[in-house]
Design a binder for this molecule. Structure first.
Ligand SMILES: O=C(O)CCC(=O)C(=O)O
Ligand SMILES: [Fe+2]
Length: 305
């Protein structure tokens, strides 16, 4: 773990998640402490900053610490002045359809169905209900580390088939496939990623898998469907079991950033009544191609842990 006296981070969960105290996000903080904040992000995987009464510009600028911010491909979802920001809301606004209000529900890593999946995702809680609407996080790196060596060796040989909004059963109300048309399907072809990935900065390995329906996962490549489904369910149950899960209960003005390269997350907004307004600003950064578990060479920051 890196020692940094300028930025204080306090662990909130056994294996990951820290709260950074004593700073208010600003362009100066971003340029002066960006590097040490990034180091804490690598160490803790999820960072929480409380009471950030900041504008959209400061939030967008802060996001550059965690990678190159992505502009959302749906233009009408973008913030009017900051194209790298979008709103996440359970209200009817900004062209959000009913389905998108709960689209973060269910375990996933952002944009895992893309050839280059997401890097960081950062949220700013603008309006937060008094109860409900928590976000769950699971440490897919600690979950992998805990497996027996022989199991790790086997899992390292596997690849996973992903496709945007894929679902084994299109009549399932959770099957998002039905919301996209043939053109969008063509633009989101099936791709495969290694099941065990190495973090591009730390060199640490993690499980890159999520539930089939929610997570746009077709199955394990070259494995019979029943066996593949069983393995996916077993791994997801392991990653999302109590020792590896942190529940973030939002307060207004919280900023939370997580590393999609080693962490799964899930919204819990499905049962949140619309009269309890929940609005957050969102920024994501470009990730890197998913690298399989090769020998530990060439990483910028190999952890000693
Ligand atoms: O609304 C939430 O709690 C999380 C939403 C989500 O999955 C995301 O922003 O990527
Ligand atoms: Fe997400």
């Amino acid at each position: 773990m890196t020692v940094d006296t300028a930025v204080i981070a306090t662990r909130l969960s056994e294996t990951f998640v820290a709260e950074v105290t004593g700073l208010t996000i600003s362009p100066e903080i971003t340029s002066e402490f960006g590097r040490s904040i990034y180091e804490h992000y690598l160490d803790h995987k999820v960072l929480v900053f409380r009471r950030q009464d900041i504008d959209a510009g400061a939030f967008a600028g802060f996001g550059t610490i965690f990678g190159r911010p992505e502009e959302h491909h749906v233009v009408k979802l973008r913030h009017p002045e900051q194209p790298t920001l979008t709103y996440l809301s359970n209200q009817d606004e900004l062209g959000r359809n009913k389905e998108m209000k709960t689209s973060g529900q269910g375990w996933h890593s952002d944009y895992s169905y893309k050839l280059v999946p997401g890097g960081a995702t950062m949220l700013h809680g603008l309006e937060i209900p008094v109860a409900g609407g928590d976000t769950l996080f699971a440490d897919a790196e600690a979950a992998f580390a805990a497996l027996p060596e022989a199991r790790k060796e086997f899992l390292r040989t596997l690849r996973v088939r992903h496709q945007y909004r894929w679902s084994p059963d299109r009549t399932d109300p959770w099957a998002r496939w039905q919301y996209i048309g043939p053109e969008e399907r063509k633009r989101t072809p099936e791709i495969t990623h290694p099941l065990v990935r190495r973090h591009p900065d730390t060199g640490r390995e993690s499980l890159f898998i999520q539930p089939r329906v929610i997570g746009s996962v077709i199955g394990i490549a070259e494995m019979a469907e029943a066996e593949s489904t069983e393995l996916i369910e077993e791994l997801v149950a392991h990653i999302t079991s109590a020792p590896y899960v942190y529940r973030h209960s939002w307060n207004p003005l919280d900023v939370v950033v997580w590393d999609n390269r080693c962490v799964l997350h899930s919204a819990t907004t499905k049962d949140l009544d619309e009269k309890h307004v929940r609005r957050l600003l969102r920024l994501t950064t470009h990730g890197q191609p998913v690298t399989p578990s090769m020998p530990k060479v060439g990483y910028s920051r190999l952890s000693s842990r």
